[in-house]
Design a protein around this ligand. Structure first.
Ligand code: PLP
Length: 392
């Protein structure tokens, strides 16, 4: 029998990491001790008090039944409490917060709420691939907005043509940014809100890294700025803040109509997050926050080792203020893919080619700070020994 794949799945871009994943597997089979700076997934465990809450609530039979797809009120209250403590943002937990099975799930599904086939969505390039992926699955067309180093990887609203802006129904933004580590200030968010008002565009801000930051810097929530709730929602989760990527719980917050639409869609697809996991995430959001600072101090030390090490090999990088990524240009004579292959081949080190985040990511690679500092040092030693100084 031959199954014909739906057009929506055939429209997804080719999976760009397949080749490098095969090369990694082959290296490991050869017995090479591969060091991966490729995956942005916290390596440290979830804090104990969160795990204890899970264990306690897992024993309660009331939590063994179907949860509601929008989340327990107590969980949504914990999200609202955290927004107030962390950003001074007030949220109505009943109408302005919806639970998600990780923010990625909501980011992919929001396109189903607002995009019909043929509609346009604005997505930054380079950017997290789920923005365009969700839109393509909904039959819509992503319009990529190039963001570049000279602009601090901020979307330049003046460079978006009015024709494109008039057609667009949604805009994805993400600061602190994956993959570039860029951060955005108040002027940027205010300009984004004006733009969204002018062209009647829903802003979907992805704030996954709002609490992974260094040197005392505190990233903003998009919802801090006047008018944000009229034009947009923010996606967030406990994944990066409390080392909980495997737990699969997040939320969308902000514009009540968008929150309601997402909840309505989800009630047709999933039945919500295991309640014991909701209790555990709430324990993270309402519990002691010093753990976040301690965690960031660990990433900051790794960041300093990695950036200083790369700079001693010929790079000229400034240290990112937030996110756990270092985004760097590839040396002269390489594409992002050919440089990633060289580094794997010669040094047994995995880096992520920038092209995986969009055409405009070409010429760059991403390194994640989610491995022990000794391993980062070793990766740098191997680069120094096997690749040496680079030029641009
Ligand atoms: C990790 C990440 C997410 C969040 O993922 P969850 O589904 O909440 O675990 C969202 N956006 C970006 C850009 C990320 O890197």
């Amino acid at each position: 029998m031959k199954f014909t794949e739906a057009q929506r799945i055939r429209n997804l871009p080719p999976y760009l990491f397949a080749r490098i994943e095969n090369l990694i597997a082959a290296k490991k089979e050869e017995g090479v001790d591969v060091i991966s700076l490729g995956i942005g997934d916290p390596d440290r465990p979830t804090p104990d008090h969160i795990i204890e809450e899970l264990i306690k609530e897992a024993r309660n039979p009331a939590n063994h039944q179907y949860p509601s797809s929008v989340g327990m009120l107590s969980y949504r209250q914990a999200v609202a409490y955290w927004y107030n403590q962390r950003f001074g943002v007030g949220l109505d937990p009943r109408t302005e917060v919806v639970s998600l099975l990780g923010s990625k799930e909501g980011i992919a599904h929001i396109s189903w709420c607002y995009l019909d086939p043929g509609d346009t969505v604005l997505a930054p390039d380079p950017g997290y691939p789920v923005y365009s992926g969700g839109a393509i699955l909904a039959g819509a067309t992503p319009h990529y907005i190039p963001v570049c180093e000279e602009n601090g990887y901020l979307v330049d609203f003046d460079a978006i043509s009015p024709d494109v802006a008039r057609k667009a129904k949604m805009l994805f933004l993400n600061y602190p940014n994956n993959p570039t580590g860029a951060v955005a200030g108040g002027d940027f968010y205010r300009r984004a809100i004006d733009f969204a008002r002018e062209y009647e565009i829903l802003i979907c801000h992805d704030a996954a890294y709002s609490d992974v930051a260094y040197d005392g810097y505190k990233p903003h929530s998009f919802l801090e700025f006047p008018g944000a709730k009229e034009v947009g929602i923010e996606f967030h989760s406990v994944s990066k803040t409390y080392n909980m990527t495997g737990w699969r719980i997040g939320w969308a917050a902000g514009n009540p109509e968008a929150v309601e639409a997402l909840g309505r869609l989800k009630s047709n697809i999933d039945s919500g997050v295991f309640q014991a996991v909701q209790y555990a995430a709430a324990a993270g959001l309402t519990g002691p926050q010093e753990i976040v600072d301690r965690q960031n101090a660990i990433y900051q030390e790794r960041r300093d080792i990695l950036v200083d090490g790369l700079n001693s090999l010929g790079w000229n990088l400034t240290k990112p203020k937030a996110s756990f990524y270092v985004w760097a240009p590839v040396p002269k004579g390489y594409t992002s893919a050919s440089f990633a292959e060289l580094v794997l081949e010669q040094a047994g080190v995995v880096i992520t080619p920038g092209i995986g985040y969009g055409q405009n990511g070409e010429g760059y690679f991403r390194m994640a700070l989610t491995i022990e500092k000794q391993r980062i040092r070793e990766a740098l030693d191997r680069l120094a020994a096997n690749i040496g100084r680079v030029s641009f």
